[in-house]
Ligand binder design. Structure first.
Ligand SMILES: Cc1cc2nc3c(=O)[nH]c(=O)nc-3n(C[C@H](O)[C@H](O)[C@H](O)COP(=O)(O)O)c2cc1C
Length: 201
């Protein structure tokens, strides 16, 4: 079985919903999946002052938290973060900053990596956020697998760098979102299977 780690951060739940869809699709595809959220590092007085943020922190209290070893374990790593000023969140960057020991041993290299994001606005920095992930993946020695326009569904979100959800109008995932998320994770698994020689002929 291909091992897939879906490692993401979410403040309000939109990126969380994307991660859940990725996990469901990967499992249906026959993969072994670890769905792991990056823990909240903002001070309680910050998230406590926002009802939706606090509600999501509370909802995630008993869910498994991402650890560097989840990346070491995986054949495919799918990382997601909301766009923050055109970049990944500080929470996600803080997690990335804990990868040093495994990185220095080369244990995060030679895996398939791909990424997803959500942003409030259409031109609000999704592509720079995804490219920030790609920069990290390059430093890890990862095999970066962007979706490109390798399937007609990619003409719905028009994002060849990964998957981006525009949440401004509400944030619920629609059929087009499901299609591009399904394509992203299925493609990543297929490429990993080809790399390790387990792909169907
Ligand atoms: C501090 C902060 C910075 C943000 N920066 C951007 C941005 O640069 N562009 C954008 O379109 N949305 C921006 N947003 C909106 C979030 O990216 C958007 O609401 C996202 O879907 C939230 O994902 P979540 O529900 O998983 O937390 C920002 C939100 C916050 C709180």
């Amino acid at each position: 079985m291909t091992k897939v780690a879906i490692v993401y951060y979410s403040s309000y739940g939109s990126t969380h919903a994307m991660a859940q869809r990725l996990a469901e699709t990967a499992e249906k595809r026959g993969a072994e999946v670890r769905l792991r959220h990056v823990k909240e590092t903002a001070p309680a007085e910050a998230y406590g002052a926002q009802e939706a943020w606090k509600a999501h922190v509370d909802a995630m209290a008993d869910e498994p938290v991402a650890a560097p070893e989840d990346l070491e374990w995986a054949d495919v790593v799918v990382m997601g973060s909301p766009t923050r000023y055109g970049h990944v969140t500080s929470q996600m960057q803080g997690f990335i900053d804990t990868l040093g020991p495994l990185w220095s041993e080369g244990k995060l290299a030679d895996k398939v990596y791909t990424a997803f994001t959500s942003s409030q606005t259409k031109h609000g920095g999704q592509e720079t956020t995804l490219q920030a992930f790609h920069t990290t993946f390059a430093h890890l020695g990862g095999i970066i697998v962007p979706p490109g326009y390798t399937d007609p569904v990619k003409f719905t979100d028009g994002n060849p760098y990964g998957v981006g959800k525009v949440t401004g109008a509400g944030g619920d995932l629609d059929d087009d979102d499901h299609a591009v998320l399904d394509h992203l994770v299925t493609r990543a698994i297929t490429i990993a299977e080809r790399l390790n020689g387990s792909a169907a002929a």
